[in-house]
Design a binder for this molecule. Structure first.
Ligand code: ATP
Length: 402
C-alpha cells in the first residue's frame, strides 16, 4: 500500500527513526518511554512493523444531512498521517466520527486497537483531541481543565492534579496552573489543550488545525511543542491541516479527501515530487501543466514545446500519452537569455507573464504556459512581459482522472 511506514520515509522527512509506542488502546501490556523506543527501533531496523496491530483500522461512515463520509482508514502505532482536502470535504467529520463527536453509521467497521468500535467506548479508544480553538472549560482553573480527563478516568483528585501539573510543565505552562481558563492567551490556551489531551495518556492524537488561529510567535511555539510531544511519546497522529509545512514536518503519510472519499494516498516525502491529484499538487505549491508527450518533448495544451532533457519523466510514458508537468516555483526561474536549450540545468523556453500571485511568503509569476516561477520582489515583471524561463527541475507524469 502506498505510504507504508519505513525508516527511509521518516528520515527523508527530516526526522530520525521515530520512536513508536508499543501500546494500543485497550491493550494491557504497555511499554512506554525508553522501552518502547528501543523495542521499536529494533523493529524498524528489521523491517518488522507489519506485525503491529493498527491503532485504528477499518471503514468509517458518517452521514451528516446531505453529506456522507465513507473512508477506509489504517493508522499504525506511531504512524503520523496528514488529512488534507478542500473546505467541506469531510476532514473534521472523519476525526469527529472516530472521536465520538459525530455518530458512526452502522456500516462502519472501524476497530480501535483491534476492538470493534461498538464495544469500545470513546474514553477507551486512546485518543487525545485538539481542535483549532482549545475549547477549555471557562469556569475551571487551568489545572482543573487538565485534571478533568484523568479524574473522569477514575484517578483520585490528588492523582489527577499531579498528572495535570506534570503535563502543564511538559508543555511549558506550569506557571499558569492556578489561573482561570478565561484569562489565558490563544497560544497558552493551545498549550493547555495539548496538556489536557496528553493527560489521559493517549496512544493517538487527533489534531484538527490546532495552529490555525495562532499568531506567528505563538504558532511557532505550539508547533514545536506538538512535534516534540508526538516524537517523545511515539504517538500516532491524525493531523487535519491546510498547511504544507505542518504536513511535511509532522506526518509520514498523507491522505487526500474529496467529497467524503479518499482520492489519493501518498508518502509525505512524495508530496512535492509526485502528487497525483489536483488538490495535492496545489497543496504542495506545484504548478500542474496539462499536455502530452512528444518525441523528446512535453507539449503543453497551450502549444508550448518543452524539451525533456534534464527533466524527470515517469517510466513507461509513451509518445502521444496525455501527461502532466509538475514543477515547484522555486525550481523555475526567469532568465535573461535562451543560452541553454537543455542540459543538466534544465530546458529554457520562451514564455510570458500572465499575472503575479502570492503564496504567503513569496511573489510568484504565473506564466502563460501554466508554470509558476518565484520572483524577487525588487525585480517584479509586469503582466504581459515576454520572458525566458529555465526549468531546473520538473516531473512529467501520466495524466489521471483527479
Ligand atoms: N454538525 C454538522 N451538521 C450537519 N452537517 C455538518 C456538520 N458538520 C459538518 N457538516 C457538513 O459536513 C461536510 C463536511 O464538513 P467538515 O467540517 O468535515 O469539512 P472539512 O473538510 O473539515 O472542512 P474545512 O476545511 O472547511 O474545515 C460539510 O458539507 C459540512 O457542511
Amino acid at each position: 500500500m502506498a505510504g507504508e511506514w519505513t525508516v527511509s520515509e521518516a528520515t527523508a522527512n527530516g526526522w530520525s527513526a521515530k520512536p513508536v509506542r508499543a501500546r494500543v488502546p485497550g491493550a494491557s501490556a504497555r511499554a512506554t518511554g525508553a522501552d518502547a523506543r528501543s523495542a521499536v527501533t529494533s523493529k524498524a531496523a528489521t523491517g518488522d512493523l507489519a506485525s503491529d496491530a493498527a491503532v485504528i483500522e477499518g471503514r468509517v461512515v458518517v452521514a451528516r444531512d446531505r453529506f456522507t463520509l465513507d473512508i477506509d482508514l489504517r493508522l499504525r502505532p506511531g504512524e503520523r498521517v496528514g488529512v488534507i482536502g478542500a473546505n467541506g470535504c469531510g476532514k473534521s467529520t472523519l476525526l469527529a466520527g472516530l472521536a465520538g463527536l459525530a455518530t458512526l453509521e452502522q456500516d462502519s467497521t472501524v476497530r480501535f486497537g483491534g476492538e470493534p468500535w461498538r464495544s469500545t467506548p470513546v474514553e477507551a479508544r486512546g485518543l487525545g483531541f485538539i481542535a483549532q480553538d482549545g475549547l477549555l472549560f471557562p469556569h475551571l482553573s487551568v489545572l482543573d481543565n487538565v485534571a478533568f480527563g484523568p479524574r473522569s478516568a477514575g484517578k483520585s483528585k490528588q492523582q489527577a492534579r499531579e498528572i495535570a501539573g506534570r503535563m502543564l510543565e511538559a508543555v511549558r505552562v506550569g506557571h499558569l496552573a492556578s489561573a482561570s481558563a478565561r484569562s489565558v492567551s490563544g497560544g497558552e490556551r493551545q498549550r493547555i489543550a495539548f496538556a489536557r489531551a496528553l493527560a489521559t495518556d493517549p496512544s493517538t492524537l487527533f489534531l484538527d488545525e490546532p495552529f490555525a488561529a495562532l499568531d506567528v510567535d505563538a504558532s511557532v511555539e505550539v508547533r514545536e511543542i506538538a512535534a516534540q510531544q508526538v516524537q517523545d511519546r511515539g504517538l500516532s497522529l491524525l493531523l487535519v491541516t491546510h498547511d504544507l509545512v505542518d504536513a511535511v514536518r509532522l506526518t509520514d503519510r498523507i491522505i487526500v479527501i474529496d467529497d467524503g472519499k479518499v482520492i489519493e494516498e501518498l508518502a509525505t516525502c512524495d508530496l512535492q515530487r509526485a502528487p497525483a491529484s489536483k488538490f495535492a499538487a496545489a497543496f504542495a505549491g506545484l504548478a500542474r501543466v496539462p499536455g502530452h508527450l512528444e518525441a523528446q518533448a512535453f507539449k503543453t495544451k497551450s502549444g508550448l514545446r518543452i524539451p525533456l532533457h534534464g527533466l524527470e519523466t515517469e517510466p513507461g510514458l509513451v509518445t502521444g500519452a496525455s501527461a502532466l508537468l509538475l514543477a515547484a516555483p522555486d525550481r523555475v526561474e526567469l532568465t535573461c537569455d535562451d543560452a541553454s536549450n537543455g542540459g543538466a540545468s534544465g530546458p529554457v523556453l520562451q514564455d510570458a507573464v500572465e499575472s503575479l500571485v502570492g503564496d504567503g511568503s513569496a511573489v510568484l509569476a504565473r506564466l502563460r504556459s501554466g508554470l509558476l516561477a518565484r520572483v524577487q520582489s525588487e525585480e517584479l515583471p509586469t503582466a504581459g512581459t515576454e520572458v525566458f524561463v529555465r526549468i531546473r527541475q520538473a516531473r512529467v507524469r501520466a495524466a489521471e482522472a483527479h
